[in-house]
Design a protein around this ligand. Structure first.
Ligand code: SF4
Ligand code: SF4
Length: 266
């Protein structure tokens, strides 16, 4: 009986998703994208008014009005789509993962209807570097600094047979002393601030820190609350940010890869 089951299971096609298919994939993340040509000053003003987290804000570039979108603060609620008259859509691809915080912001010139965000690293470049990035093992310690556990649910999915993070030599470890990378979720609550610092100090150098989710990036919907200190960088240095509320497993994978890539090519 058991041999029949084994035989049948070995005949099944391999269902592990290739990592190349994950890069830039943001299915289910609900993160917004902006179509520059449809953007007008009136629509931009509406986007700023409906956004509950100030992810959209108005600014100036010289004397020209511009619209800013900070993915560090976006919770993917989708409220900006309805009043946008088609200028905002759910992003078909999303590669703003694992970057420094300044690179999570996009800017649009409202007079010329053009995006003036600095160029992003090409996912194709990361794709070509995957083999060398995964040449060594990477141990990750996940740290919940005050999360609602939504981000943890997505992180847990990274170890399931579909994403199977362990196939690349990436492991989650129980002690910060065995870790190369800290993956920190949640806004840092006042009660957890000291524990976050102690955990960071317990990780041997050289170490990497990745802030996960809108909460980890900026405090998210809890920013400004008396109970939280802020995002992860309010307490410890951060190497890369993965936005989303929560980020999908594909965004987490893209972000971890991007942080490793920048570290490797530095
Ligand atoms: S999805 Fe929600 S949080 Fe993000 S920019 Fe739109 S309105 Fe703001
Ligand atoms: S980013 Fe969203 S899912 Fe993650 S901890 Fe914050 S509220 Fe929860």
């Amino acid at each position: 009986m058991i041999f029949e089951v084994l035989e049948r299971s070995l005949q099944q096609p391999n269902r592990v998703i290739p990592v190349e298919a994950l890069l830039g994939n943001c299915d289910g993340s609900r993160m917004p994208d902006v179509t520059s040509a449809r953007l007008t000053p009136a629509i931009a003003q509406r986007l700023v008014e409906v956004c509950p987290t100030t992810a959209f804000s108005m600014g100036e570039l010289g004397d020209r009005p511009c619209l800013k979108l900070s993915y560090a603060e976006c919770i993917g609620c989708g409220r900006c789509e309805e009043p946008s008259e088609g200028a905002v859509v759910t992003a078909p691809r999303f590669t703003w993962c694992g970057l420094p915080k300044a690179n999570l912001a996009r800017l649009w010139d409202l007079e010329s209807h053009t995006e003036i965000t600095p160029p992003r690293p090409n996912p194709e470049m990361v794709r070509g570097q995957i083999r060398s990035l995964f040449g060594k093992a990477l141990n990750i310690r996940q740290l919940d600094a005050g999360s609602c556990n939504g981000c943890e649910a997505e992180i847990s999915a990274l170890t399931n047979p579909y994403y199977d993070l362990e196939r690349f030599g990436i492991h989650f470890v129980a002690s910060p002393k065995h870790a190369d990378m800290l993956l920190v979720t949640g806004p840092v609550t006042r009660n957890m601030a000291e524990a976050v610092k102690t955990t960071y100090e317990a990780v041997p150098s050289p170490k990497l820190v990745v802030a996960v989710g809108a909460c980890g990036c900026s405090g998210g919907i809890f920013a400004g609350s008396h109970a939280v200190v802020g995002g992860v960088d309010a307490v410890i240095p951060v190497d890369g940010y993965i936005p989303g509320c929560p980020p999908t497993p594909a965004m987490l994978m893209t972000g971890i890869l991007e942080v490793l890539r920048r570290r490797t090519v530095r």
